[in-house]
Design a protein around this ligand. Structure first.
Ligand SMILES: Cc1cc2nc3c(=O)[nH]c(=O)nc-3n(C[C@H](O)[C@H](O)[C@H](O)COP(=O)(O)O)c2cc1C
Length: 240
């Protein structure tokens, strides 16, 4: 990275009762899952508990679709055809995942996380084919047996999208505490028609993201990856 970074600390060992701090420290984006199903009761408990997340005016602007089991098999089968037709995403995307002209220091941070991941899993910078194949694993939810899809009413603006983000992080931390792994996937914003068509999302709602959920494949080399963070002084200003 061009800006100084705080060296990421290794993930702490998992304890039987996990504190919030521990869950925050342990959560990383999981990009290799075991196929073992996620218990329905755990998903229901976590979503119910995460609904305690705050939101401006208590609008609770999050909507979640849970896709697992035979629905997940149908979704994967649908994606075979969709990917054949639109390997680079549907022509009509609904929002920019990143600003079109992402400026410094953000574009370097984005570059850095890709580079550190490829270094961890042993893919060379010039190996475009292997990089493409790794990226396309998004379409398979990195092997996860379950995905959440999060949609938002189109009338909502940045404050409510931030609320949805808080909800999503709460979901991820509670799943972490339950021994599960997650990877948020804005990748699915490349396929808004396919995803919302599958889910039957009403037209007044926009797809924000997917969230792959499952038990991490601890043996996969990507499990060793820890993304960098900039130091506190780079994002916090203290006035006293
Ligand atoms: C809303 C959101 C969408 C994301 N979309 C993707 C995605 O499509 N594919 C992916 O591999 N990672 C995705 N990520 C994971 C980020 O790359 C990751 O959170 C970031 O690099 C920090 O790493 P960490 O989650 O391991 O701490 C997403 C994260 C968020 C919060």
């Amino acid at each position: 990275m061009t800006d100084a970074t705080t060296a990421p600390s290794p993930a702490p060992a998992r304890s039987s009762t996990m504190s919030v701090a521990e869950a925050v420290a342990r959560r990383i984006s999981v990009r290799a899952f075991r196929p073992d199903p996620v218990p329905d009761a755990v998903v229901r408990r976590v979503l119910g508990a995460a609904a305690r997340a705050p939101s401006g005016g208590n609008l609770q602007p999050w909507h979640v679709d849970v896709v697992a089991g035979s629905a997940m098999a149908r979704f994967r089968a649908m994606m075979v055809d969709v990917l054949a037709e639109y390997p680079r995403g549907e022509p009509d995307k609904e929002y920019h995942v990143y600003p079109p002209d992402l400026s410094s220091p953000y574009k370097e941070r984005r570059f850095d996380v890709g580079e550190t991941m490829y270094a961890t899993i042993g893919i060379a910078r010039e190996d475009k084919k292997a990089r493409g194949a790794w990226y396309r694993r998004n379409a398979d939810f990195f092997g996860a047996p379950l995905s959440l899809f999060v949609t938002v009413d189109r009338q909502m603006g940045p404050p409510q999208w931030a609320d949805v983000g808080m909800f999503l992080q709460t979901v991820m931390l509670l799943l972490e505490a339950a021994g599960l792994g997650t990877c948020a996937q804005e990748y699915w914003a490349n396929y808004p028609k396919a995803v919302t068509g599958f889910l039957g999302t009403p037209p007044e709602r926009i797809l924000f993201t997917g969230l792959a959920v499952g038990y991490p494949d601890e043996a996969h080399p990507s499990r060793a990856h820890r993304s960098n963070r900039v130091p506190l002084a780079d994002f916090a200003t203290f006035h006293d």
